[in-house]
Write a new protein. Sequence first.
Length: 264
Amino acid sequence: MIFPKEFYPKRIKDCSIQKSRKKFKNKKNKNTIFLLEERFLWMKKYLKRKKIIIELGCGNGASKDILNNKNILLTDIQKYPWISKKVDMVKLNLGKKYLKKVDVFIINHALHHCQNPSLSLKKMSSYLKKDGLILLNEPETSFFLKLFQYLLDDEAWSYKINIFNSKKNIFKSNSPWDSNTAVAQLLFKDEKKFNFYFPYFSIIKNELSEFSIFLNSGGVVQNTFHIPVIKPIFNLMNFIDKLLITLMPSIFALNRRVVIKKIK
């Protein structure tokens, strides 16, 4: 199946972060917990001895629990009881006290909901210390991700935008759920191009992950069909996923992990 360069779902996505939070907290769906642990626990080594850690677009706020780190400041474009500060990722008005003081930004499946990812990254650089980090998980527009988005009429993708043009938004946002899932691929697949537009950053980690562990997660902000598994089975699925992604990354990968370091 050959997909178009652009796809826009007919339906308007509407998910409940409150229900997602409740689902995470009650821990009834272990598959979702296993997936979220896989998305966050790799970050732990980058957070050692870091004092100012800000998560943008934190959604259900699972990072703070999973990473067991009280220094994480949870922010989101919408106000929830568990967030510390309401923050628009594009405007990124954190205040003067954070200028050149932030050790780490965390963004988990939120950058593709940002109308202007390049502008957001530029603004993050002004808040980061030298050698500060941005830790990301983002959807990867592989064959299977586009197939599922198309069949489920879920999220949009577009390769027709100039992702590096910080003066122009990549989509019109009428809802926090509007998105372009091609963002990570467009930004990070060609590291030389990224370095040209962001010479003050260096990509120190850029790897693909997740296939069956995502498909069988039961959903993070949605409830989807899944077969409950125990942790050893999840680990086996994750191992097989890694083999499939190594052999055919453009077919199977559903997630991209990236670590960006501020070097100037």
